[in-house]
Design a protein around this ligand. Sequence first.
Ligand code: C2E
Ligand code: MG
Ligand code: MG
Ligand code: MG
Length: 284
Amino acid sequence: NIRDEVSACYEECTAPLREEIQIRRHVVSHIDEAIEKGWIRPYYQPVAWAGDLTLHGFEALARWQDPHYGMLLPDTFIKALEDSHQIDKLDQYMITCICREYRQRVDLDLPVFPISLNLSRLDFFLSDAFQVLEDNVSCYDVPRELIRIEITESLMIGDAGRMEEEISRFRDAGYQVWMDDFGSGYSSLHTLKSYTFDMIKLDKEFIRPFTDKGRRIVTSILAMNHVLAVPTLVEGVETWDQLAFLRKRGCELIQGYLLGAPMPYEKSLENFKRIQQRLHDGNT
Ligand code: C2E
Ligand code: MG
Ligand code: MG
Ligand code: MG
């Protein structure tokens, strides 16, 4: 009958939403266990110079391998952890993993590169992100100039004075501070004017899809950043066409599936070298 049909349809339509809510609840109540049991670990995505495709470094991105739900991506847990005021637990753990893994590579004589890590604005209010980083960097003896802090532009609103202070603390100590997702927030230009960043990471939405309008905006932003003398990284680069376009306009760094997806460190480095070789051969 019609009632059963409507009810079946309702069930089917709301199933993804219900699962999303379930995962949110799960994440919020299992963050301590996830950290304790090592379900969370950093994956690393390569960042390269646009001009010659030499490796610049990696961005560390959190991955949560859940025994029940399988591999969870940040979109399913970052917001839930921010809303439940627990994001600092994840970020502190990521900082420790990144520094510890750095030390292991040095001890094994493996090559090391700069690493960028994502901080949430809340990290500065829930606990002392700067001190946590300082403690880990000292403990594992990581050179500060190898660490970049990424702060999402959309999180810069409010408490301007406090954020300025925090950014200065990192920069004065020798860390680079990068503005993430530039152009996605409410006050991009205002943020650029108020704070000093070592790199602007242009949000991937401007080149995805790769439309004429998007290209014009990217061209303008690259020109503006050159005038401001701030280098630009464009994220979400997936095609050779996009790379050629960005090169012509003097974009400094690129990141995206063209160079490799986020993976465990060793795998990511190997994969990048293979892709780099292929892109190089294809280009000459
Ligand atoms: P983000 O910092 O802007 O990181 C870039 C995101 O774009 C990553 O998603 C990456 O996997 C994805 N991406 C990279 N290249 C491409 C590409 O060519 N095409 C497309 N379509 N996507 C690409 P991911 O890993 O899912 O992370 C999402 C966001 O979650 C990150 O955005 C970052 O804001 C946040 N996040 C990730 N890890 C952490 C963390 O440890 N702490 C905090 N606070 N936030 C994190
Ligand atoms: Mg980032
Ligand atoms: Mg980004
Ligand atoms: Mg982004």
